[in-house]
Design a protein around this ligand. Structure first.
Ligand code: CA
Ligand code: CA
Length: 404
């Protein structure tokens, strides 16, 4: 396929993401061009002049692929297509071209830890011979007692990270919902397929990829299955493909972790250049911005920035990504308001599960997905904010001691 033409300025500015102003859009809730009740690409294209007028220079699209949408589109049933409610591939191509014409770059999502159970890869895997490459596109086991040290992210709906599949007659592994089987990165064919998906969208002109849920890519017995060295090897392969063939593109890490773990997602050994992601969300900072406003005190922010700067390497205050702006105030979803409250719950953290328990005095609530807290706005009662700040972190250090 011929690569689309891009504005010359785009090609000449590989560091564009450093000061990008991002506008996050969920197609379904943005603008409905044919009045069928669902926003679509045609509607978004109609409003591109409006978005450019806001002063943003980058649009971040949430997943728009064919999907049963049992996890708001993060349960992908087909990677190289568009959900028919939102339009067609021709519409997606036209959107990318029209955005670029206005100087707007486009970020989309690369969701590769898991697929929907409706994905043809899973349907093929469950019917394939046990032990075959097709079966091993996903992570299977004859028992459900492997990887015991792994937390369950969606405790309110899932009892185990294993679910029995009556067709395969084996259990399959899922870090998220039981309709989202994890891909098996120990199978070289999976890596090849994932790189193929990435190239497909980059060849269409996509400028950046938010890498969804990347701490959980690889599984190893005897670990908590987060931030494993083998996972970083996968990310280095992804980055190598970018550096070799798409040098003006950007990878954004969605790693809902503490600064010392998040910094690893930039890669780079011994202070060398980063060889994984170009950017990473600063999850602990985000809820503290709201806490600081509630308390009318800058301390929650300066405290986490001090901890961040305390980690040598590439994660410095200057590298913090701009907060994505909230989508249009009229949108129902408020996708951009990311409140990862789990990283506020420092006090009750178990060493490996810093978000496990709600803070005292707050009602137990259904937790939003760890990587998508935005979709269920949550409010912390400011009366309890002081309690949260006084607590020790997961190492038992009292970083967040109260100001005197
Ligand atoms: Ca529509
Ligand atoms: Ca995984």
């Amino acid at each position: 396929m011929a690569k689309p033409r891009k504005p010359a300025a785009f090609i000449k500015d590989p560091l564009w993401y450093k000061d990008a102003v991002v506008y996050q859009v969920h197609l379904k809730s943005f603008f409905d061009s044919n009045n069928d009740g669902v926003g679509d690409f045609a509607g978004l294209i109609d409003k591109l002049d409006y978005i450019a007028d806001l002063g943003v220079n980058t649009i971040w699209l949430l997943p728009f692929y064919p999907s049963p949408r049992r996890d708001d589109g993060y349960d992908i049933a087909e990677y190289k297509n568009v959900h028919p409610d939102y339009g067609s591939m021709a519409d997606a191509r036209r959107f990318i071209t029209e955005a670029h014409k206005r100087g707007l770059r486009v970020i989309t999502e690369l969701v590769i830890n898991h697929t929907s159970d409706q994905h043809p890869w899973f349907q093929r895997a469950r019917k394939a011979k046990k032990g075959s490459a097709a079966r091993n596109f996903y992570v299977w086991s004859d028992t459900d007692d492997k990887y015991q040290g792994t937390r369950i992210i969606f405790l309110d709906t899932e009892k185990s990270n294993w679910t029995w599949d009556p067709v395969a007659k084996q259990y399959f592994w899922h870090r998220f919902y039981s309709h989202q089987p994890d891909l098996n990165f120990d199978n070289p064919q999976v890596m090849k397929a994932v790189l193929g998906v990435m190239r497909y969208w980059l060849d269409l002109g996509i400028d950046g990829l938010r890498l969804d849920a990347i701490p959980y890519l690889v599984e190893r017995d005897g670990t908590n299955n987060e931030n494993l060295p083998e996972t970083h090897v996968v990310l280095k392969q992804i980055r190598a493909e970018i550096d070799a063939n798409y040098p003006d593109r950007m990878l954004l890490a969605e790693a809902n972790q503490w600064p010392e773990d998040t910094q690893l997602y930039f890669g780079g050994e011994n202070g060398g250049p980063g060889d994984e992601c170009h950017m990473a969300f600063h999850f602990p900072l985000m809820p503290r911005m709201y806490m600081a406003i509630a308390q009318e005190d800058r301390f929650p922010i300066t405290d986490i920035l001090r901890q961040t700067a305390g980690h040598p390497g590439q994660l410095s205050v200057g590298d913090l990504p701009a907060q994505p702006r909230r989508t249009h105030p009229g949108d129902g979803d408020r996708q951009g308001t990311r409140l990862p409250l789990e990283l506020l719950r420092v006090g009750q953290a178990r060493a490996d599960q810093p978000w496990h328990s709600p803070p005292p005095g707050t009602a137990a609530r259904a937790r939003p997905p760890a990587h998508r807290a935005a979709q269920q706005p949550v409010v912390v009662d400011a009366r309890h904010a002081g309690d949260l700040l006084r607590r020790r972190d997961r190492h038992g250090r009292q970083h967040l001691s109260r100001r005197s």
